[in-house]
Design a binder for this molecule. Structure first.
Ligand code: IMP
Length: 430
């Protein structure tokens, strides 16, 4: 039993992919258990940049088997596109090293259309990635409308299911807008059977696969998508994604019981970012010449999936303390510390003021978090390039102090500090 999980402790985009990449040498199988192609992972490896959305980033390591668990929602077009791109970059992909759960749910074009209509122009829009993630999870929970990957392998059965579901979907879409795009069940079936042919070698019972692997002593690495604050149950509801993006999703999203987890690594950025709508108490919404824009520019904070500028702000440790507790994190890694090198001084949020009262807990509701004002502690900046530092003792004193303060306030050790996108730009703190 040796399972590690890499989990984001903010609103996603914490650079989890880099830590997954560093850990692959010690593991045999990498597992994604939540979300879909809404995630954006950028990994720099041997000087090459890879962008993945749906496939586990661990697939970039030739010895790893990559598993997409039952908790993931899969758009076959994206799946095949990413496989093609990897092969074009000389990464070998086969049914052996990329395995897709037959119980993962399928995204269809009507999910994307439903999301577009629900989001477009709505005053209550979530600001989603537009990938059909929410509507697909809705159909999973509805049971009658959900179709799983394994059903692709039974053409007559798939046709029957689509002939039942698609007219219901068309009725719903037309009710949302008379201009809605509608769909033809048989055409969709033919299209998806075409994908099925190519996906077939990858489709398997991943529950069996993972449990056999555990029994034979293989080490598993769970790769969470999004961040814990976007978790459907524990995040800033309703401005969340539709899956269990903290470690909470591992058990249901892969079938591997939580008791197998031996190391949970919480990933944070040295500041905070968020894409889409929702409360963000430490946001630096201070215009085109402000600090928020400076962090966005230096940190290249633009969404990997949608290209949207990410909202940026100070490090919120009330939020991180909460999500680290939720995730059961054993340690924390601090990413993108180098981005803060240009700033004279840095603020860390240590508490909130809610309706005139100081609180040190994270309210789990967006409407309450919206009313929270951050209480800050100010620390000096270091004002020098740290991107070539490789040892903790070579960090400027102010940078060391910043990292130590994070450890004190989160009450967890900081095990790794990242000072650039390359594998080498990493400081092991122990
Ligand atoms: P959805 O997951 O597309 O339904 O979007 C719901 C919310 O989660 C939106 O605010 C998205 O911007 C956010 N979101 C989804 N995936 C990611 C991610 O990988 N990184 C950061 N934010 C994400």
């Amino acid at each position: 039993m040796d399972c590690t999980c890499v989990v984001g402790l903010q609103w996603g985009d914490e650079a989890k992919g880099k830590i997954v990449d560093l850990l692959t040498a010690d593991h045999h199988i990498v597992v994604r258990y939540n979300g879909g192609a809404n995630a954006g992972h950028t990994i720099v490896k041997n000087g090459k940049t890879y962008k993945l959305s749906l496939l586990p980033t661990g697939i970039l390591s030739s010895h790893m088997q990559a598993v997409i668990g039952n908790g993931v929602v899969v758009n076959p077009v994206r799946f095949l596109e990413e496989v093609t791109n990897l092969r074009a970059a000389d990464i070998a992909v086969s049914g052996e090293n990329l395995v897709l759960s037959s119980h993962a749910h399928l995204i269809f074009p009507y999910h994307v259309e439903e999301e577009r209509l629900a989001e477009f122009g709505s005053p209550q829009a979530i600001g989603t990635t537009g990938r059909g993630i929410g509507p697909c999870y809705q159909d999973k929970l509805s049971r009658t409308n959900g179709i799983r990957v394994g059903e692709l392998l039974y053409p007559d059965h798939l046709r029957d299911r689509l002939r039942y579901i698609v007219p219901r979907k068309n009725t719903l879409l037309r009710a949302l807008s008379p201009e809605a795009e509608t769909f033809d069940a048989d055409a969709l079936c033919a299209e998806y059977l075409g994908y099925a042919e190519q996906m077939k070698p990858h489709i398997a019972d991943t529950f069996q696969l993972l449990h056999k692997a555990l029994k034979s002593g293989k080490r598993l690495l769970f790769e969470a998508a999004q961040g814990s604050l976007l978790d459907i149950d524990h995040g800033t509801f309703p401005y969340v994604t539709s899956s269990s993006s903290s470690t909470t999703g591992i058990w249901s999203g892969s079938g591997v019981p939580a008791k197998n987890l031996t190391r949970i690594i919480g990933i944070i950025k040295a500041y905070t970012s968020r894409v889409g709508r929702g409360p963000f108490p430490t946001e630096l919404d201070d215009g085109p010449t402000g600090l928020g824009e400076t962090i966005r520019r230096i940190g290249r904070e633009y969404g990997t999936v949608t290209g949207r500028p990410r909202r940026c702000g100070w490090l919120d440790l009330v939020a991180v303390r909460y999500s680290a507790t939720l995730a059961g994190a054993d340690e924390v890694t601090v990413m993108l510390l180098d981005v803060l090198s240009a700033l004279d001084e840095l603020k860390i949020c240590t508490a909130y003021e809610l309706d005139g009262q100081r609180i040190d807990y994270f309210p789990g509701d967006a409407f309450l978090l919206e009313r929270c004002k951050p209480v800050y502690e100010t620390l000096p900046g270091w004002r020098c390039d740290i991107s070539s530092v490789r040892k903790p003792s070579d960090l400027p004193a102010a940078a060391r102090r910043y990292v130590e303060r994070i450890a004190e306030l989160v009450q967890l050790p900081v095990s790794i500090v990242s000072v650039g996108p390359d594998r080498e730009q990493t400081i092991m703190m122990k």
